[in-house]
Design a protein around this ligand. Structure first.
Ligand code: SF4
Length: 369
């Protein structure tokens, strides 16, 4: 019989989607069972493991206990339990509405184990309205409809999928381990189980060679799925990943912000017949205001991008520097005299030219990964 590792205390994984900033993070598995995407260095050299269910329940009990103590006025604990206490305190401060299961693909657990965890969360935290998780399309496509429905009934009500692209050439180049057909099937299964679906699109991941295909094929897949949310997360390439090597050898030709903007424009123009909400809540995106409900807000979203593309080159570069230095979040910030002055200082400090803008922006974006 396999020996269960001893419980060594509360655990927290490294990331969550931006929209889960107010959520309680409960680590159900560690790292990524796939770990081969060429653009991702998040779990590099980290071994995937399932956490024993009893350990996850132990974490939940710990948080539950701390919440009671916080409500009774406790403000700190010793260093050993600091992470758990902090997680409980943050959650109380954020109204205890949502929970996110970490790490990268919780649905790879045995469905019965996941249902136990979900049911326990519901029992311990009845005020939580939303329980969400990341999952891979490849994993979801292999779960029976019946098991997905059981998860939904137990409380799992939103799944985030890192689709990135639905172009088979791009998916194969980035070693995503799935294809367009599987992405569509997985997305439809989630919706059919009554679970909200959030799909991430990664503008720029096809490079110059497959930019058009990345936009058109991904839009086509999403048009077939009609997810609740389409989230933009623009490509940035950390220097510890496979794709960085391709970048150095010239095998991958990255695009500058204006070309990526053109790709997003084509992508949004190609979304037809769906009622998804587009979100641009990632700091790596050039425009935070490209958000809205389809089809109602489509023209408003595309007009922001068209306005950027129609700026003269200097003004475009100033916006890029302002955005990438964290000063600007929307195109209208160019008209804010204070923000503009700061952006102009950075622009001149960096000696920005049309020749070096892409490399400066690439370095600035890497700080956010
Ligand atoms: S599946 Fe997600 S976490 Fe895993 S390697 Fe790919 S992008 Fe990274």
């Amino acid at each position: 019989m396999k020996k269960i590792e001893p419980y060594s205390g509360f655990e927290q994984g490294p990331i969550r989607p931006p929209s889960e900033s107010g959520s309680l993070l409960i680590r159900a598995t560690r790292n990524c069972p796939w770990n081969r995407c060429t653009f991702c260095g998040l779990y590099k050299d980290q071994r995937f493991s399932l956490r024993p269910v009893s350990h996850v329940l132990g974490d939940i009990d710990l948080i539950h206990g701390y919440i009671e103590e916080i409500k009774n006025g406790k403000t700190s604990v010793g260093p050993r339990d600091h992470t758990a206490f902090q997680a409980a305190a943050n959650w109380v401060q954020n109204g205890m509405k949502s929970i996110f299961l970490q790490d990268s693909n919780s649905l790879i657990m045995k469905p019965a184990d996941l249902v136990i965890i979900l049911a326990y969360l519901k029992d311990r935290f009845p005020t939580a309205k939303r329980v969400t998780s990341y999952a891979r399309s490849h994993t979801i496509a292999r779960i029976s409809d019946e098991n997905l429905e059981k998860m939904a009934r137990a409380g799992l009500n939103r799944i985030h999928i890192g689709m990135e692209s639905a172009d088979d050439r791009v998916l194969s180049l980035i070693h995503k381990g799935t294809n367009k057909e599987t992405q569509i099937r997985a997305g439809k299964k989630v919706k059919q189980a009554g679970i909200e679906l959030s799909e991430y699109f990664m503008p720029g991941i096809g490079g110059k060679r497959f930019s058009r295909e990345n936009a058109l094929e991904t839009a086509d897949a999403l048009n077939q799925i009609n997810p609740d949310f389409i989230r933009l997360r623009t490509l940035a390439i950390p220097n510890n990943v496979e794709l960085f090597k391709d970048l150095s050898t010239g095998a991958f030709e990255p695009m500058g912000d204006p070309q990526v903007a053109e790709e997003i424009l084509l992508f949004i123009q190609s979304l037809e017949g769906i009622s998804s909400t587009i979100k641009s809540d990632h700091i790596l995106n050039l425009f935070q205001e490209v958000e809205g409900r389809l089809p109602r807000d489509k023209n408003r979203m595309t007009s922001v991008i068209e306005r950027f593309l129609s700026l003269d080159k200097e003004e475009q570069m100033l916006y890029q520097i302002g955005r990438r230095s964290g000063l600007f979040s929307r195109l209208d910030d160019l008209d804010d005299p204070t923000l503009r002055t700061y952006a102009e200082h950075n622009y001149s400090d960096f000696n920005v030219t049309p020749e070096n803008i892409d490399s400066i922006v690439g370095k600035m974006m890497r700080r956010f990964i």
